[in-house]
Design a protein around this ligand. Structure first.
Ligand code: NDP
Ligand code: 8X3
Length: 252
């Protein structure tokens, strides 16, 4: 029987590419994000192309009540999930801490930390019941190396790494695996979202550097998910070739 992977934030960037990579590998998909129309376009594209089943639903991961009521129903309807990719996440603003918007800070914490833990806390009991499963969380090099004007985004990604490690400890008696994927600079709509739609500012982030592509990260996520049962990849850090640490990039 085909396995099912549940991906949050599958409408764009790394989440979308990861959905496609798992579809190519023959997995059925359970996809959520806030934009259901975009997910439904993916369903229409992937089902005939890859001969897999795609189930979509609208979810804002910051809505605790929605996560706890909608997610279990969706999991039951597809007969359980084998892999959860906690990908939904964002940065808001790039400002020195003392002038940062507190709304932006809260959006990042609510999405990247609280959203991820609401979804994980809801999905994990289904995995424990079967004594198998794999939680793959999107951290970042930003969680390892803080950078100027990114204090809160970096802190949320450090929290993702710590949450992953803590969940791995608490599930040590089970066959469940937990992995943190920590990409460096990946060219996606991420920067446009960070700069609240300012395309010029977003383009400048990727100018002069051959950034990672969403497909590069998707391949690595599938690699982590397809190891033998005895192999648990705790974390993988991926830099662009011109990148040394979080924001240390040699621009040409
Ligand atoms: P994108 O902006 O392209 O994708 C973000 C995805 O998250 C979208 O599908 C969006 O869907 C979804 N999302 C955002 N907020 C919510 C929410 N409240 N509820 C549900 N879904 C939500 O960015 P990336 O693909 O680059 O980012 C994906 C992940 O990778 C993030 O966690 C990011 O922090 C991380 N990352 C990105 C890097 C980069 O350089 N791009 C590097 C390292 C890590 P919708 O708007 O439809 O809800
Ligand atoms: C997102 C990429 O460059 O802001 O994690 O660290 S970056």
């Amino acid at each position: 029987m085909s396995k099912t992977v549940f991906i949050t934030g599958a409408t764009s960037g790394i989440g979308r590419a990861t959905a496609e990579a798992f579809a190519k590998a023959g997995y059925n998909l359970l996809l959520c994000a806030r934009r259901l129309d975009v997910l439904d376009n993916l369903k229409a594209e992937f089902e005939p192309e890859f001969k897999i089943k795609v189930t979509t639903f609208a979810l804002d991961v910051t809505d605790r009540q929605a996560v706890s009521t909608i997610v279990p129903k969706q999991i039951e309807a597809v007969g359980g999930v084998d892999i959860l990719v906690n990908n939904a996440g964002l940065a808001q603003g790039l400002d020195s801490f003392e002038t940062s918007s507190i709304d932006d800070m809260e959006t990042m914490i609510d999405t990247n930390v609280k959203g991820l833990l609401y979804v994980s806390r809801t999905v994990l009991p289904f995995m424990i019941e079967k004594n198998q499963g794999h939680i793959i969380n999107l951290g970042s090099t930003a969680g390892i190396y803080a950078y100027a004007k990114g204090a809160v985004y970096c802190a949320t990604k450090a929290a993702v790494k710590t949450l992953s490690d803590g969940i791995r400890i608490d599930t040590i008696e089970t066959d469940i695996k937990v992995t943190t994927i920590q990409p460096g600079i990946v060219e996606t709509p991420f920067s446009e979202v960070r700069f609240h739609g300012d395309k010029d500012k977003a383009a400048a982030v990727y100018a002069g550097v051959e950034a990672l592509q969403a497909e590069d990260i998707a391949e690595i996520i599938v690699f982590a998910a397809t190891q033998p049962k005895r192999v648990q990849i705790s974390d993988i850090t991926i830099m662009a070739n011109q990148q040394a640490t979080g924001f240390m990039i040699a621009k040409k």
